[in-house]
Design a protein around this ligand. Structure first.
Ligand code: HEM
Length: 221
């Protein structure tokens, strides 16, 4: 019997977008865990100083901090200049009141999604917000870094780091903002994973596998 296709597939996420997505997911996971440990180093007994647990965890934090900084910059570049405009197209929906209503209704099981790009307007605005959070946590992270490492990159960043520290009202404020921002990532990841799984079930397309394989499947009519 001849095989007939029941679905068509479209490439929605380029390899670069997929690789950077998972690299960012890994970096955020490592940074949240190591960051909280830096803040509360519970494995080191108060009377001992001759242990490098904190040092190694801090080292991992800084390595993944630079990974996140690099990916954040590349991702901003790709959003604007990628040859594939599937992300940029979603901006059309953000500017359309009707698209917002269609998306919000579809979340309440009324009607289907109908979008110009790969993201719905609410989703797009959320991603813009978390990208700005990423930028801010990278900037505060680099300021903290420049205060400890005075040579090389730390030295190069020193002038701007001192200026940012003054604008933010001192180093303690920079640290506490860096800490508060951690929570925006935790809240985001929980909702993001839930919505990714839920929308795959609700709309039977554009589910978690497309950020792995790149493909989205549509049923043939
Ligand atoms: C999602 C991203 C990130 C998260 C969740 C995160 C989380 C944290 C947390 C919770 C702390 C402890 C703050 C405290 O003392 O209460 C911390 C400290 C720090 N972070 Fe991050 N961070 C992130 C990104 C970065 C980046 C991009 C850099 C820059 C390379 C960076 C560099 C640092 C430095 C230098 C410290 C201070 C370490 C110390 O005081 O010894 N972080 N981070």
């Amino acid at each position: 019997m001849a095989h007939t296709a029941t679905h068509t597939r479209h490439l929605i996420f380029t390899p670069a977008i997929r690789i950077f997505h998972w690299l960012r997911a890994l970096a955020i996971l490592v940074l949240v865990v190591t960051g909280f440990y830096i803040s509360w180093p519970f494995l080191v007994a108060p009377e001992s100083t001759d242990v490098l647990v904190q040092g190694w965890i801090r080292f991992a934090h800084i390595v993944f901090g630079f990974v996140l900084t690099a990916v954040t910059l590349v991702r901003f570049y790709l959003f604007f200049f990628s040859r594939n405009n599937i992300e940029r197209r979603s901006f059309k929906d953000v500017m359309s009141v009707n698209s917002w209503i269609v998306q919000l209704k579809s979340y309440l099981w009324m009607g289907h999604l109908n979008k110009a790009g790969v993201y719905g307007p609410l989703q797009f605005v959320t991603y813009v917000a978390i990208s700005l959070m990423a930028l801010f946590i990278c900037i505060t992270g680099l300021v903290l870094y420049a205060n400890v490492y005075h040579l090389g990159l730390g030295g190069m960043l020193w002038e701007s780091a001192a200026w940012i520290t003054a604008q933010m009202g001192g180093l303690a404020k920079v640290r506490i903002w860096h800490h508060y921002l951690t929570w925006t990532f935790i809240v985001f990841v929980v909702i993001h994973v839930y919505m990714a799984v839920w929308s795959g079930i609700r709309f039977k397309q554009n589910s978690v596998d497309s950020i792995v394989s790149g493909y989205d499947y549509h049923k043939e009519h």
